[in-house]
Design a protein around this ligand. Structure first.
Ligand code: DGL
Length: 269
């Protein structure tokens, strides 16, 4: 039994796709979420800047005496996972290896698509994770930088013309390559699931990186690798680095529960 919280961070709203699954799988755990909304997006920045931001995000969460940390951001995991993990003794979860493994297990055609931020795609992290397990698979990677601002602005509806037009353009090469499995390698992208699914069609399986990672955390708790909080119903506190209004409205809508009372604005620098 360990009643300390699990810390989760992302550049913005995207990590909530991971939080939603953590709540579903581990309703008894307390969660502390940090969204660096004042500096989102990370995905178009240099590796040096992403590493610096990641260190500040992790230090903020570690100050709460948490029992584990989930880096719910593929961009940070691709650029700074080793740096962050080396700085702390607690378990630090990344969001790349679990979805890569699921994609390998899911594909039947052997053609896997990967979408992510410019930094994630540039790093080649997903390709190397997949090649480690199944070198024979063919991977096709496309950066989709406009998906993050669409998600942060709530333009996620499956009939949103702007979102659909952008998605058609980004995903064309993956449709042409006839991938049957598509890794949404950015935690913001499941917010656009309806748009992405509409463009890719019903035969393509979409893999949610945050959800796959939440499954791994839940498995570690089930198998006592990570101590459980078997006290009361879990709670969540949210911290953001920009104003709380926009975040609270979109987060409440996405998590289907009102979050405004639990959100605080903080400065990381
Ligand atoms: N949600 C983040 C990811 O998983 C990054 C979005 C961004 O800040 O560009 O990559």
């Amino acid at each position: 039994m360990d009643s300390r919280a699990i810390g989760v961070f992302d550049s913005g709203l995207g990590g909530l796709t991971t939080v939603k699954k953590l709540i579903e799988y581990l309703p008894g755990e307390d969660i502390i979420y940090l969204g660096d909304t004042g500096r989102v997006p990370y995905g178009s920045r240099s590796k040096e800047t992403i590493v610096k931001y990641a260190q500040q995000d992790a230090a903020f969460l570690a100050a709460f005496d948490i029992k584990a940390m989930v880096i719910a951001c593929n961009t940070v995991c691709s650029a700074a996972y080793e740096t962050v993990a080396a700085a702390y003794a607690m378990p630090i979860y990344e969001v790349v290896s679990a979805p890569a493994k699921t994609a390998v297990e899911t594909t039947r055609s052997g053609r896997v698509g990967i979408i992510g931020t410019v930094a994630t795609i540039r790093s080649g992290t997903y390709e190397s994770e997949i090649k480690k397990i199944a070198p024979e698979l063919k991977t096709y990677s496309v950066p989709c930088p406009l998906f993050v601002p669409l998600a942060e602005n709530g333009r996620t509806d499956g009939s949103d013309i702007a979102a659909l037009t952008i998605a058609e353009d980004y995903l064309k090469t993956l449709k042409d390559a006839q991938v049957d499995t598509l890794i949404m390698g950015c935690t913001h992208y499941p917010l656009l699931r309806d748009v992405i699914a509409k463009v890719m069609g019903p035969t393509v399986t979409l893999i949610d990186s945050g959800a796959e990672t939440a499954k791994s955390v839940a498995k570690d708790i089930r198998t006592n690798k990570l101590p459980q909080n078997d006290g009361n119903a879990g709670s969540i506190r949210y911290f953001v680095t920009d104003s709380i209004e926009g975040f609270s409205a979109l987060a409440s809508e996405f998590l289907e529960s009102k979050v405004s009372g639990q959100v605080k604005q903080v400065a990381l620098e």
